[in-house]
Design a protein around this ligand. Structure first.
Ligand code: SF4
Length: 446
C-alpha cells in the first residue's frame, strides 16, 4: 500500500532513568529510522513523542508522570496533531492502571514490547507505511538494526547491554517485576553490536546490565563475563572496555586475571554492596557482610593493584539501627573507595521490604543518606587526590563552551565519575597525561 502522506513522520524521544534506558531508546530510534521515520530533537516539532520512562523508585515514577503531563500540554499534542507513547519501565510496572490514568497517551509500550515499536508507531500514523526491516538468511533482523548507542551525544563512547532482567529479588527492588527474568544476550549479538559501534568511531565501550556478573551462566554451555571480556578485548585491541553493575559474587579470580591481562580493559569495578551490616543485608535478601566486602576489596587490590572501585549504598533501610548505621559509616571510612553512590531507602509498593516492620521516617532516612554522602565525599576526595603525579591515558570526549578540552581516564566511568581537563589533543584522541591536580571528582592533566 503506497504512502498517502507526503512527508515521513517524525519521532522524538524523551529518555528518563538509567544507561540501560538510553540503550533501549537508541535501539528503538534505530528501528524507526530504518523503517523510514525521521528523528526529531524537539518534541514540539514531532508527530510522535516517545517517553522512555523510569519507574524503579517512587521519585523516578513521579518524574516520568510529570514529564508526561508537561508534554501532554504541548499545543500540537493538545490539538491531536502529535501523539504521545509511554514506553519502558512505567508501563511495565503499572500496566492497565496506567492506561486508565493517562488517557491522553495513545500507546503504552512496556520494556518487553519495545521490539514492536515500528508496528506500534505505524498504528498511530496509518497513512504512512514503514519500510520492512532487513532480515538475514536465518530470518532474523540483520546487523544493521544496531543503534549507535553513544553516551549522550558524544560519538567516542557507547554503552552495550549484555543481558536484561534480574532474578536476585533484592527485597527493596522493583526491577525484577519490571524487566522480568534474567537472560544473557548471545556472544554473537554482543560482538555484532560492538563491531557496529567500533566501525562508527567509538573508542570506549561500557558493558551494562542489571547483573553483568551473571553473563553466560544461563546458557546451555555455560560461559562467563570473564570469557566475554577476554574475547572482546582480544577482538578489539584498540578499544577500551569497562563493566558496570557487577554483584560481589560476580567478581571472580577469572575476571580479575582477564582484567590484569588486557591493557584495554579498564581496571574499574562497580560493585553495589548496598550495606555493610549482616542483619540488614539479610533483610535486603542479599549475601555477604562488611567483613566479606573488606576482604573482597583487599583481594581485588592485590590482584589488580591500580583498580578503581565504585559502589552504591542504601541508608535508612527498614529496621536499620543506629549501630548498624554506624557499621555502614565505618565501612565507608575503611574501604576507601573511589566513588560511592548513596540512596535513601525508597519504600516501593509490591516489594517485600515495603511490608517490613521498622520503617524509618523520611527525615531520618535523608539525614543518614546525607551523612554517608558527606563521609564518602571526604574519603573519595583523598583517594582521587592521590592520583596527582600519575601519568594516565585520557580519552578526550569534548570541549566546554570556553573551548576547554575534557575527557575521561580509565578510572572515570561515563556520566557518574567526573572528567579530566586536558590542554592538548582533540576529541576522539587518547593522550597520555600526567595528573597535575584534582578538585573533588575532577582531575586536571599537565
Ligand atoms: S541485583 Fe540489582 S536489579 Fe537485581 S534485584 Fe537486586 S538491586 Fe534489583
Amino acid at each position: 500500500m503506497a504512502n498517502t502522506t507526503t512527508h515521513a513522520p517524525s519521532v522524538a524521544f524523551v529518555t528518563l532513568g538509567c544507561a540501560k534506558n538510553e540503550v533501549d531508546s537508541q535501539e528503538m530510534s534505530a528501528k524507526l529510522v530504518r523503517a523510514g521515520y525521521l528523528l526529531a530533537d524537539d518534541p514540539e516539532q514531532a508527530d510522535v513523542i516517545i517517553i522512555n520512562t523510569c519507574s524503579f523508585i517512587q521519585a523516578a515514577t513521579e518524574e516520568s508522570i510529570d514529564t508526561f503531563f508537561e508534554l501532554a500540554g504541548l499545543d500540537r499534542v493538545a490539538a491531536g496533531e502529535s501523539k504521545i507513547v509511554m514506553a519502558g519501565c512505567l508501563p511495565a510496572r503499572y500496566g492497565a492502571d496506567l492506561e486508565e490514568e493517562l488517557t491522553e497517551a495513545q500507546a503504552f509500550v512496556p520494556c518487553s514490547r519495545e521490539d514492536d515499536i515500528v508496528q506500534i508507531v505505524a498504528g498511530l500514523i496509518p497513512d504512512f507505511v514503514p519500510e520492512a526491516p532487513v532480515l538475514t538468511e536465518e530470518g532474523t533482523i540483520g546487523a544493521n538494526e544496531y543503534a549507535l548507542t553513544t553516551v549522550g551525544d558524544n560519538p567516542w563512547t557507547a554503552y552495550v547491554k549484555i543481558s536484561d532482567g534480574c532474578d536476585r529479588m533484592c527485597a527493596y527492588c522493583t526491577i525484577p517485576f519490571i524487566r522480568g527474568h534474567y537472560h544473557s544476550f548471545t556472544l554473537e549479538e554482543i560482538e555484532r553490536d560492538v563491531d557496529y559501534k567500533v566501525a562508527s568511531g567509538v573508542r570506549e565501550i561500557t558493558l551494562i546490565a542489571q547483573d553483568t556478573g551473571r553473563w553466560g551462566q544461563d546458557f546451555a554451555e555455560r560461559s562467563s563475563l570473564a570469557r566475554l571480556m577476554d574475547h572482546l578485548a582480544t577482538q578489539f585491541p584498540e578499544i577500551w572496555f569497562r563493566v558496570m553493575y557487577i554483584q560481589p559474587e560476580g567478581v571472580t579470580d577469572e575476571l580479575l586475571q582477564v582484567m590484569r591481562a588486557h591493557e584495554n580493559i579498564c581496571s574499574y569495578l562497580d560493585i553495589p554492596f548496598q550495606h555493610a551490616a549482616k542483619r540488614v543485608l539479610r533483610a535486603m535478601n542479599r549475601r555477604g557482610c562488611g567483613d566479606d566486602f573488606r576482604n573482597l576489596i583487599s583481594h581485588i587490590r592485590d590482584e589488580v593493584p591500580d583498580v578503581t572501585l565504585r559502589t552504591t549504598l542504601i541508608a535508612g533501610f527498614p529496621g536499620e539501627t543506629e549501630e548498624e548505621f554506624e557499621e555502614l559509616l565505618d565501612f565507608v571510612s575503611e574501604a576507601e573507595l573511589d566513588y560511592v553512590g548513596v540512596f535513601p531507602y525508597s519504600r516501593e509498593d509490591g516489594t517485600r521490604a515495603a511490608e517490613l516492620e521498622g520503617q524509618i521516617d523520611e527525615e531520618t532516612k535523608q539525614e543518614r543518606a546525607q551523612a554517608v554522602r558527606d563521609l564518602a565525599d571526604s574519603v573519595s576526595a583523598g583517594v582521587i587526590a592521590a592520583r596527582t603525579g600519575k601519568t594516565m591515558p585520557v580519552l578526550i570526549i569534548g570541549t566546554e563552551e570556553d573551548g576547554q578540552l575534557y575527557g575521561r581516564a580509565k578510572c572515570q566511568a561515563p556520566d557518574v565519575d567526573g572528567v579530566t581537563f586536558v590542554y592538548r589533543g582533540a576529541p576522539g584522541e587518547i593522550i597520555n597525561t600526567e595528573i597535575a591536580g584534582t578538585l573533588m571528582y575532577e582531575m586536571e592533566g599537565d
